[in-house]
Design a protein around this ligand. Structure first.
Ligand SMILES: Nc1nc2c(ncn2[C@@H]2O[C@H](COP(=O)(O)OP(=O)(O)O)[C@@H](O)[C@H]2O)c(=O)[nH]1
Ligand SMILES: [Mg+2]
Length: 313
């Protein structure tokens, strides 16, 4: 009963805009602290904030774009949260500090909330609690929630299942051969950004993306392609208005909402099913099993799952 009251109170404070409460809620969820499930189950549908995901290869300028969008939106009176999912090496399990330092100019702005999350070596690349954390941030009175994630592994597919609008940032160095773009990137991009448009090859990439978007679109609207120079805050206003237009039209599509919710539920189920499975413990078990002369991956995995179910991880 007591946990229940604390969760209700915390949620109330988050809704009122307390960043302290928000930070606490996030850390409840991040660390499975007592009351976190009550908190999650009390979240309601009154979530106005729109989630905008930015993905793309390392160095494409995602952090710089986030920075410029923060500038633009706060200058127009919007409240914005940033969730930076830093790439972390599976060997050190830690977050990089660069982005935090760069964003520091916003730390004192009352209309901006910034939270860095480690990826914790999860399979996909996003923080394993990203869905829950985003939903908690959504309960606070923000206009936009920007999630920056590096486009490696599954993370870009995951972000598309999480965001109301997914931006894929590319740079001329990515090559003018759009064909080399990873399969599936067209599906997840709601908006393409060709950043570093100050570089020569940007026009070729821009043209090729436009052609590709046009060929794919058929009767549907073409995926917009926006040129930016994030470091000079060029193209940012156009990007912001393209995002808003996309969100406005998407709001009318119930199937998009259904799709997103199904996607999220799918990931949550996956996560619950994986509970108690720790890669390092698994590695130890594999190591032990390998000392046996008749090691077989499938019997090993099978009995490992059985043991987990029996002893609860
Ligand atoms: N020339 C140029 N450099 C940029 C632009 N946007 C970002 N950069 C630089 O590209 C580098 C990587 O940017 P960053 O935002 O950290 O990329 P991220 O890894 O995608 O987050 C930094 O040195 C930025 O200053 C741009 O529009 N033009
Ligand atoms: Mg970055």
């Amino acid at each position: 009963m007591k946990e229940l009251d604390r969760a209700t109170q915390l949620l109330e404070d988050i809704k009122q805009g307390s960043y302290r409460a928000l930070a606490q809620g996030i850390s409840w969820v991040e660390n499975n602290l007592t009351g976190y499930e009550e908190l999650l189950m009390r979240l309601d549908g009154n979530q106005n904030a729109k989630v905008v995901g930015i993905t793309g290869p390392p160095g494409a300028g995602k952090s710089t774009l986030v920075n410029s969008l923060l500038h633009y939106w706060t200058s127009t009176g919007k409240k914005v949260a940033v969730i930076a999912v830093d790439p972390s090496s599976p060997f050190n399990y830690g977050a990089l500090l660069g982005d935090r330092i760069r964003m520091s100019e916003f730390y004192t702005n009352p209309n901006v909330y910034i939270r860095s999350l480690a990826t914790r070596g999860s399979l996909g690349g996003l923080n394993p609690k990203i869905i829950e954390i985003t939903d908690i941030v959504r309960s606070a009175p923000f206009d936009y929630i920007l999630i920056e994630t590096v486009g490696v592994g599954q993370s870009e597919v995951e972000i598309a299942g999480l965001a109301d609008c997914t931006i894929v940032a590319l740079v001329p160095e990515a090559g003018d051969e759009v064909q080399t773009l990873k399969a599936g990137i067209m599906e997840i991009a709601d908006i393409f950004v060709v950043n570093k448009a100050d570089r020569e090859a940007a026009d070729t990439l821009y043209r090729n993306l436009r052609i590709m978007a046009h060929e794919r679109a058929g009767a549907k609207t073409e995926t917009p392609v926006i040129k930016t120079i994030a470091t000079q805050k060029q193209g940012i206003e156009e990007l912001a208005s393209t995002i808003q237009t996309f969100l406005d039209t998407q709001n009318e599509l119930p199937e998009k909402r259904l799709h997103l919710l199904t996607e999220k539920s799918w990931l949550l189920i996956q996560q619950y099913k994986m509970q108690g499975i720790d890669r390092r413990l698994l590695a130890n078990a594999v190591k032990d099993a390998l000392t046996l002369p008749d090691f077989n991956l499938y019997s090993f995995t099978n009995s490992y799952i059985h043991k987990l179910e029996q002893y609860g991880g």
